[in-house]
Design a protein around this ligand. Structure first.
Ligand SMILES: Cc1ncc(C[n+]2csc(CCOP(=O)(O)OP(=O)(O)O)c2C)c(N)n1
Ligand SMILES: [Mg+2]
Length: 669
C-alpha cells in the first residue's frame, strides 16, 4: 500500500484517532471539573501533533519517558489507555501513576517505563539524564524522552542537564513544546532572544531542531532523525516544537486576561487536528467520512470510559499512609559487634564500607565533586576507589549539586544504586528541590511503583574554623522530610555498619559525616567484618546511668563524655544515648531511659531553634511526662551563623563547659 509522508493509511487513521481522542478527553475532563468531580485540569489541546510526532519514534517499554503535565497525547501514543488516564485524572485507587496521590495529568506507568512525574517545572531533565547514563552503563541502546514547556527552560537544572548530557553524549531527547506562554508570561519576557533553540546553541554534541509543532509529519521526521542519532550513541538532541495553547494554562487560569481575542482566534486557525484532517482529505488519503467515523467512535469511547471510571473505587483514607518507605519498618535487634580487626578512624571506615559494597554489588556507582583519584575527595574519603573500580563506577561530577542528586534519581530508576557525595552539607541547597520534591517523594507519589534508593553522603559540622559555609549541620531540616532516612554516626564502627546498611536498603538516605571526627582518634574502633551492618532505627546506650539521660549524636557524643569528667565531683550516674539515626528515630530507647532516670538533657550541634532536639523534647513531654522530674533541657548552637575567628566560633558552639554546666543545673532541679 502506498504511503503518505512515510505512513500507511492505517497509521494515519491512528494518528488522527489519538489526536482527536486526546482533544475529546480534554473536553470531557473539563466538564467533569465543572461538575465538581475533580479539582484541577491541565490540557494538551493544541500540542497533540508535536506529542504524537515524538511518541511515534520511540519503543515504549524499552525506551524511557519523562513526560510533563501537558503530554496527554504523547502518553496515549506511548501506550496508555483512556481508562488508565481517567483513573489518574480522578485520582482513583487503581490509578497506575500514584493511586490518587498526585494532581491530574501527572503521568506514570511502570510497565511502559513512563517514570512517575512530580510537579516542579524542570526537575525531570536531570533525572532523564541519569536514566540515560544508566542506559549507557547497562550497555543498552535505550533512548530517554523528556519534555517541558519553553518557560521551564529558564530553570538552572535545564542547563545543568544539557551540560551533562552533551558532555557525555547521552541518549536523551529534550522535547521543548513552545506554546509562547508560561502561564501568563510571554517567551519574550522569559528567554534570551525569545528562542530556546538559539539559547542552547553552545552545547557540544547536542543536535538542535526547531519545527512547526502543529505539523505531525514535520515533527515525526525530526524526532526520527534525533532518536536514530541518539540510539547510535552520537549524543542528545533538543527539539523545539512551536505549538499553540488552545486552553488557558490550567483550569485555575483565565487567559482572556492576558491574551487578546485576535491572538486566540489566530491560534485556532493553526489547530493541529484541523491542519491534519484538511491535509489528508485534500491529498485524498483519508475521506471526510472516515474522519467522521473516527470521531463518532472516539466520542462513544470517551462516554464509556467516563461512565466506567465513575464506578471505580476511590482510595481508602488509610492508603494515604502507605508506601512511604520500603526498609526499616521494624528494625531488628542490633547484631553483636564483630570488630576485631585493626583500629580504624571514621574516615577509613567510610572508605572501606564503600569499597566493600562496590565489590559486593556491581550496580553501585559512586560520584560527586572531586571524588575520583588522584584527589579521592576533598577529605580523601573516596581515595583509591576510582583506581580500584574504574571511572565507569567512581567518577567526578560537574560542580552542580542538583545534577548530582537529579541524575542519581534517574540512575536509581534504571536499577543502579547511586551512592553520591555532596562535598559539604553547606552546599546541598541547590539539590534541595531534587531531595525534597523528587527523591523523598518518588516511592510515595508513585504508590510504590518507582523507588529512588539513592544514598547521599555529606560532610557536616563545625569546630574546624570553616566559617559560615563550611560548618553547617542542618540535620533537622532533613529529618523533617517524610520519605528520607537520616543517619549521623559518631564513631568508626557505627559509620561502617550504618553506611553499609544504608547502601543495602531500599530507601533514600542522607548520611552525615562530621568533618571534625573523620580523623579523630576518639572515633577509632577495631574494624568490623565486611558483613557487619547495623539496622537503622536502633539508638545506642553509650553508658548506663540512673540520674539523668543525655540524648545526643555525632560530635556531641564525645563532648558529652568529656563533660562528665568535669562533674566527677557530683558522683552522678548518667546515661548517654547516641541516637545514631534521626529517621527512623528509636524513640523507645529514649523514652524507656527517661522513665528510668526522670531527667533528660538533649545536646546537639545544630542551632537550637527548630533543631532536632525540639522533636525529641516534644516526644518526651507527650510520652514520658509523668516520669519527668524536671524540664527537658537542651544544649545547642546559638541561633546565629558560624563565624570564622575561633573566639567567635567557640562562642556560638556547644562546648564541654557549657554541657557540664547544664548537667549540674538539671541534676539539682
Ligand atoms: C519550580 C516550579 N516553579 C513554578 C511552578 C508553577 N508553574 C507550573 S507550570 C508553570 C509554567 C510553565 O510554563 P512552560 O514551561 O512554558 O509550560 P506550559 O505550561 O506553557 O506548557 C509554572 C510557573 C512549578 N510547577 N514549579
Ligand atoms: Mg509554555
Amino acid at each position: 500500500m502506498s504511503r503518505f509522508q512515510g505512513f500507511t493509511k492505517k497509521e494515519l487513521l491512528d494518528i488522527y484517532r489519538i489526536m482527536f481522542l486526546s482533544r475529546k478527553m480534554d473536553e470531557r475532563m473539563l466538564r467533569l471539573l465543572r461538575q465538581g468531580r475533580v479539582h484541577f485540569h491541565i490540557g494538551a489541546s493544541g500540542h497533540e501533533a508535536a506529542q504524537i510526532g515524538a511518541a511515534l519514534n520511540f519503543a515504549p517499554g524499552k525506551d524511557w519517558a519523562y513526560p510533563y503535565y501537558r503530554d496527554q497525547a504523547f502518553v496515549l501514543k506511548w501506550g496508555q489507555t483512556i481508562q488508565e488516564l481517567f483513573l489518574q485524572y480522578l485520582g482513583k485507587k487503581d490509578d497506575l501513576s500514584g493511586g490518587g496521590r498526585q494532581l491530574p495529568q501527572h503521568f506514570g506507568h511502570k510497565a511502559l517505563r513512563i517514570v512517575c512525574q512530580s510537579s516542579p517545572t524542570g526537575t525531570q531533565y536531570l533525572q532523564a539524564v541519569g536514566t540515560a547514563m544508566g542506559a549507557v552503563k547497562a550497555k543498552t541502546d535505550e533512548v530517554v524522552y523528556v519534555s517541558s514547556g519553553e518557560g521551564a527552560t529558564s530553570e538552572g537544572e535545564f542547563h545543568e542537564a544539557l551540560n551533562w548530557a552533551s558532555r557525555d553524549k547521552l541518549p536523551v531527547i529534550f522535547h521543548i513544546e513552545d506554546n509562547n506562554f508560561a502561564i501568563s508570561v510571554h517567551k519574550s519576557e522569559q528567554t534570551s532572544g525569545a528562542s530556546v533553540y538559539k539559547m542552547v546553541s553552545g552545547y557540544e554534541n547536542l543536535a538542535r531542531f526547531e519545527v512547526d509543532g502543529t505539523d505531525v509529519f514535520e515533527c515525526a521526521k525530526t524526532f526520527a532523525k534525533a532518536v536514530k542519532r541518539s540510539r547510535k550513541g552520537e549524543g542528545p538532541a533538543l527539539i523545539v516544537t512551536n505549538v499553540i495553547r488552545l486552553l488557558p494554562h490550567s483550569s485555575s487560569d483565565d487567559h482572556s486576561k492576558y491574551r487578546s481575542k485576535k491572538e486566540l482566534e489566530a491560534d485556532l486557525k493553526r489547530d493541529p487536528i484541523d491542519v491534519f484532517s484538511k491535509r489528508v482529505i485534500k491529498e485524498k488519503i483519508i475521506t471526510k467520512k472516515e474522519i467522521q467515523s473516527i470521531e463518532e467512535v472516539v466520542s462513544v469511547v470517551v462516554d464509556e470510559a467516563t461512565d466506567w471510571v465513575m464506578e471505580q473505587p476511590d482510595p481508602e483514607p488509610e492508603d494515604a499512609l502507605k508506601n512511604l518507605y520500603l526498609s526499616w519498618h521494624n528494625p531488628g535487634p542490633e547484631p553483636a559487634y564483630n570488630g576485631n580487626g585493626k583500629p580504624i578512624m571514621m574516615l577509613e571506615a567510610i572508605n572501606h564500607a564503600l569499597k566493600e559494597e562496590l565489590e559486593r554489588n556491581d550496580k553501585i556507582v559512586v560520584y560527586g565533586e572531586d571524588v575520583a583519584d588522584p584527589k579521592g575527595g576533598v577529605f580523601n574519603v573516596t581515595k583509591g576507589l576510582s583506581d580500584a573500580f574504574g571511572n565507569e563506577r567512581v567518577y567526578n561530577s560537574p560542580i552542580a549539586e542538583a545534577s548530582i542528586v537529579g541524575t542519581a534519581i534517574g540512575l536509581a530508576v534504571h536499577g543502579f544504586k547511586p551512592v553520591v557525595e555532596i562535598q559539604f552539607m553547606d552546599y546541598i541547597w541547590p539539590a534541595m528541590m531534587q531531595i525534597k520534591d523528587e527523591l523523598a517523594t518518588m516511592l510515595y507519589r508513585s504508590n510504590g511503583n518507582y523507588k529512588a534508593d539513592v544514598v547521599i553522603r555529606t560532610p557536616v559540622g563545625a569546630y574546624i574554623h570553616g566559617a559560615l559555609c563550611h560548618s553547617q549541620n542542618c540535620e533537622s531540616i532533613f529529618a523533617h522530610i517524610p520519605g528520607l532516612r537520616v543517619i549521623f554516626p559518631s564513631n568508626a564502627a557505627d559509620a561502617k555498619g550504618l553506611l553499609k546498611e544504608a547502601i543495602r536498603g531500599e530507601d533514600p538516605v542522607l548520611f552525615l559525616e562530621h568533618k571534625g571526627l573523620y580523623r579523630a582518634r576518639i572515633t577509632e574502633r577495631p574494624e568490623p567484618n565486611a558483613d557487619y551492618t547495623i539496622p537503622l532505627g536502633r539508638a545506642k546506650i553509650i553508658q548506663e546511668g540512673e540520674d539523668l539521660t543525655i540524648v545526643t549524636w555525632g560530635m556531641q557524643v564525645h563532648q558529652s563524655l568529656q563533660a562528665l569528667e568535669k562533674i566527677s565531683d557530683l558522683n552522678a550516674s548518667i546515661e548517654i544515648i547516641d541516637i545514631r539515626t534521626l529517621n527512623p528515630l528509636d524513640s523507645e530507647t529514649i523514652i524507656n531511659s527517661v522513665k528510668k532516670t526522670g531527667k533528660a538533657l538533649i545536646i546537639h550541634e545544630d542551632h537550637m531553634t527548630g533543631g532536632f532536639g525540639a522533636e525529641i523534647s516534644a516526644r518526651l513531654s507527650s510520652e514520658a511526662f509523668e516520669y519527668l522530674d524536671g524540664p527537658v533541657m537542651r544544649v545547642a548552637a546559638e541561633d546565629v551563623h558560624h563565624p570564622y575567628h575561633p573566639n567567635l566560633e567557640n562562642r556560638v558552639l556547644p562546648d564541654v563547659n557549657g554541657i557540664a554546666k547544664a548537667i549540674r543545673k538539671i541534676l539539682v532541679y
